[in-house]
Ligand binder design. Structure first.
Ligand SMILES: C[S@@+](CC[C@H](N)C(=O)[O-])C[C@H]1O[C@@H](n2cnc3c(N)ncnc32)[C@H](O)[C@@H]1O
Ligand code: SF4
Length: 422
């Protein structure tokens, strides 16, 4: 049965699972890394060459700025951030998820991480069973770190492992051995962190099928609740991008990456993991990432810190990717009008209001990433003939009225969505 094709705007004004119904999150970004891995284009700054005192001063400055930025955005209230004319309540919804990501947040000393997490509870109304995720590089693990995170109510640790093959780790320029993540996961468990997720990368030049199989088997044996498996993406603005351009690093092969993805699905499903999003696997739906589901369901979230993005009711805004400019903007506002944070946020470097067509496109592009796709009431208006064509091509299917991607459609999502929209 095809989903009913909507002609009204209830998909936007009264969604069942998407938009505000998906919850409300806070993303906080810590841009520092010891070394910038050659493949990574996230907003990061390498601090490995800095003298310990200089790094410590920078971490303190950033912690203070991050908290001030959070305070300003929160105090301004949702109506200051929403598009003009949007029907928005005067206060923020309760926070359903917090994500402290990076970069390498766990380079910050534990007491500073605790200050940041406490500031979220001070500035916003946080749900009792909020999901709090912290990203962690394995080599930063310590008893003190995990004891602090557990005491601050962190419910998930997301650790970047990438591979268990030493030569792949070397190609990826990782700062840990193949054994470091397992020791780190054990420490986190012993400290009482309830759930652990590991990030893996496949399709790195030089990685064999046996390397990837072994990586998956070791990740499964680690007994974690969640795994993310990403195809290595080459970004032109990274050292890997430049090396591929010069021919000194082979480009990942699409067919090899498709085979690696199939192997991941086969082994992880066999081990009881639910493949719930293109790159994500959970040991049962309770262990899905609530925060990332919020993104995929086009929900609302604040974004705090260097390069952080936020979304509210179709308006998106983001901060500069430069740590220095970010610090200067926040610090200037604190000096100029320290007692009036309700004037609004300061380090914003861009914003846009999505029109209904763009919102429909995002709703579909993001919602179809999730295994069960979109609730029938949340599907934006579609061209009936286009829907039939995309179903005939085997890219999307319907199940109990929900619109969802087929396994093949997951790889051709952009083209499926282009064809679907009116
Ligand atoms: C922003 S990083 C933060 C995690 C942490 N700093 C670490 O590396 O351990 C989050 C994850 O994105 C993935 N990632 C980053 N760049 C990638 C790329 N070019 N291709 C595929 N995955 C990538 C990695 O799996 C990484 O663990
Ligand atoms: S440590 Fe993580 S965030 Fe930092 S450069 Fe490497 S992949 Fe990117």
């Amino acid at each position: 049965m095809p989903p009913s094709v909507r002609t009204d705007d209830a998909w936007l004004t009264d969604p069942v699972e998407s938009g505000p119904a998906a919850g409300f999150g806070v993303y906080l970004h810590v841009p520092f890394c010891h070394h910038r891995c050659g493949y990574c284009d996230f907003a990061t700054a390498a601090v490995g060459d800095q003298a310990p005192d200089d790094a410590d001063a920078l971490f303190e400055r950033y912690t203070a700025a991050l908290i001030a930025d959070l305070r300003r955005q929160a105090a301004a209230g949702p109506r200051a951030h929403a598009p003009a004319g949007a029907d928005i309540a005067p206060s923020w919804p309760r926070v359903t998820s917090v994500f402290l990501g990076g970069g390498t947040p766990t380079l910050l000393p534990p007491p500073r991480l605790a200050r940041i997490l406490r500031a979220v509870r001070d500035e916003l109304d946080v749900l009792d069973d909020v999901e709090i995720t912290v990203e962690c590089n394995p080599e930063t693990a310590s008893e003190e770190l995990f004891a602090t995170l557990a005491a601050e109510g962190v419910t998930r640790l997301s650790m970047g492992v990438q591979s268990f093959a030493p030569h792949v780790l070397a190609t990826l320029e990782r700062g840990h051995t193949a054994d470091t993540p397992l020791g780190a996961a054990e420490l986190a468990r012993a400290a009482g962190i309830p759930a652990i997720s590991l990030d893996l990368i496949y399709g790195t030049p030089g990685e064999s099928e046996a390397d990837w199989r072994d990586t998956l088997e070791r990740a499964i044996a680690a007994g974690v609740e969640h795994l993310s498996a990403y195809a290595l993406t080459i970004h032109a603005n990274t050292p890997f991008g430049r090396r591929v351009g010069q021919g000194s690093l082979p480009s990942p092969d699409d067919d090899v990456q498709a085979d690696r993805f199939d192997l991941a699905r086969e082994l992880l499903r066999g081990a009881g993991f639910e493949h719930y999003e293109v790159s994500n696997f959970a040991l049962g739906s309770a262990h899905r990432s609530r925060h990332n589901l919020l993104y995929w369901r086009h929900g609302d979230y604040l974004g705090v810190g260097v390069g952080a993005h936020a979304h509210l009711a179709g308006r998106r805004w983001w901060s500069t990717r430069s740590t220095e400019r970010y610090l200067e903007a926040v610090e200037a506002a604190e000096v100029e009008r320290p007692t009036t944070p309700a004037d609004g946020p300061t380090p914003i470097s861009g914003s846009e209001v999505l029109d209904d067509t763009e919102r429909a496109e995002e709703r579909l592009l993001l919602g179809l990433r999730v295994r069960e796709g979109l609730h029938p009431a949340d599907v934006p208006p579609l061209e009936p003939l286009a829907l039939e064509e995309v179903m005939d091509l085997g890219l999307v299917e319907t199940s109990c009225g929900r619109l969802r991607c087929t396994d093949r459609g997951w790889f051709l999502l952009d083209s499926a969505v282009d064809r679907l929209l009116v």
